[in-house]
Ligand binder design. Structure first.
Ligand code: IMP
Length: 194
């Protein structure tokens, strides 16, 4: 099994992917810093594929990428692709979202994650999507996790993501679901053909 290059410069993301992919026993490595990929896609799927494909071609190795974000129904899917850029800090992003939803009772939202794997020639060989539905709270709750976790409420668990343990979140989250599907589809990857 070849080493997979992770199309991110973020060591935290590499560590997280390593946890998810542990059952497969595959090796992951960070992409070289000089390779930059612009996220110009108009969907999470397009961005995940773009990142995996461009990095794979640049290093002539297998690559894996993910793209994720939060889509709020009452805001027509915003912040969506711009989830990371909706504000300068997690605190600012949360405050801006709560403000946008002031007086709004319809608070359904989805976290979406797409994972893509590309072969050394840049062709996408596998992609999976995970969706986690919940609601946006009226104020932050919990101090675990990152990003929008403190305001993402899961009614069936009666907790926000930020009130869940790491393992609890992994079993229900968009990212956990996408990687779980990937693990099931992994045996179909034809590593020897490239
Ligand atoms: P990216 O996929 O690393 O580009 O992440 C996009 C952005 O979506 C992050 O910076 C967070 O703001 C948000 N996001 C994605 N997944 C999560 C999550 O599990 N919890 C909280 N925020 C998330």
């Amino acid at each position: 099994m070849p080493t997979l290059i992770v199309a991110t410069g973020n060591p935290g993301k590499l560590a997280e992917m390593q946890t998810y992919l542990e059952p497969l026993g595959c090796q992951l490595a960070l992409k070289p810093t000089e390779i930059e990929v612009e996220e110009t896609g108009s969907t999470f799927y397009e961005n995940a594929c773009l990142k995996a494909s461009q990095v794979a071609k640049a290093v002539n190795q297998w690559a894996i990428a993910d793209d994720s974000g939060l889509a709020v129904d009452a805001l027509d899917g915003a912040p969506g692709l711009y989830s990371a850029r909706y504000g300068n800090t997690d605190r600012e992003r949360i405050a801006k979202l709560l403000q946008a939803l002031e007086g709004v009772s319809q608070r359904q939202a989805q976290f979406i994650c797409v994972v893509a794997i590309a072969a050394p020639d840049g062709s996408i060989q596998l992609s999976t999507e995970g969706i986690c539905s919940g609601e946006i709270t009226h104020s932050p709750r919990g101090d675990r996790g990152f990003g929008y976790d403190p305001i993402f409420w899961l009614p069936e668990h009666k907790k926000t993501f930020a009130e869940m343990t790491k393992v609890e979140k992994q079993t229900v989250s968009h990212r956990g679901k996408a990687f779980n599907k990937l693990i099931h589809q992994w045996p179909g990857l034809k590593f020897d053909s490239f």
